[in-house]
Design a protein around this ligand. Structure first.
Ligand code: C5P
Length: 215
């Protein structure tokens, strides 16, 4: 099987020295990549800027902006069996990137932000897709309700939800896994490495069931 995995944050430039980003460490996505490799699968890891060494046997694609991540994902999704979009893609980018450093102003400034392309949603909209589509949801409130909404809105097969406060930057996480058919699984707090190997098994199993149903 080929896994396509996105990980880490994206950086959306404002000017040549400034950007909008978030606190994603990339640890969960990298752990899933390692677990899939350990289980003997092929991995394409598309990563935003993080402080982690790329897994040795993965095809590694380094990106910075959400547009670069989107292009890389679209280039490889249809030749993958399982797409796991774990990256914390920035939701907004500057409407116009200044070609020169913006000068400090005593009056304050406003930067107009526009939404980035939603990569997960664009894959979910491909009616002929053959790959299993997995999204992540980091929430600070109403975890289950927000995750169910995301599963439907983005038309994915699985949403892996976690509390943004306890999961980001940490080596541990606690997960709620929601499936398209309404099934739900909980994995209590554990190291991301353990969670990753459980997730890989769950994804493979779901991919198998999906294929059986399609026959
Ligand atoms: O809507 P929200 O950002 O909370 O959704 C999170 C999920 O959507 C994650 O799987 C993330 O990788 C994906 N996403 C994306 N492109 C975006 C924003 C989020 O693929 N522009």
């Amino acid at each position: 099987m080929t896994f396509l995995i996105t990980a880490g944050p994206t950086r959306e430039p404002i000017d040549p020295v400034r950007y909008i980003s978030n606190r994603s460490s990339g640890k969960m996505g990298y752990a899933i990549a390692e677990a899939a490799l350990d289980a003997g699968h092929e991995v394409i890891l598309i990563s935003g800027p993080v402080n982690l060494a790329p897994p040795r046997n993965a095809k590694f694609i380094s990106v910075s902006t959400s547009d670069e991540m989107s292009d890389a994902v679209h280039q490889h999704a249809n030749s993958s069996d399982i797409c796991v979009l774990c990256a914390a893609v920035a939701d907004y980018k500057a409407a116009k990137v200044s070609p020169v450093k913006i000068k400090k102003s005593a009056n304050g400034i406003s930067i107009q932000l526009v939404p980035t392309r939603d990569i997960l949603q664009s894959l979910g909209r491909q009616s002929t897709r053959k790959f299993l589509l997995v999204g992540f949801a980091a929430e600070t409130d109403y975890l289950e309700a927000n995750a169910v909404k995301k599963l439907r809105a983005k038309n994915c097969d699985i949403i892996v939800a976690n509390d943004a406060r306890s999961g980001m930057e940490s080596d541990e996480n606690e997960l709620l896994i929601l499936f398209r058919d309404g099934e739900m699984k909980k994995i209590s707090r554990a190291p991301k490495k353990f969670l990753a190997s459980e997730l890989v098994k769950i994804f493979l199993n779901s991919r198998e069931n999906r294929l059986t149903k399609n026959v």
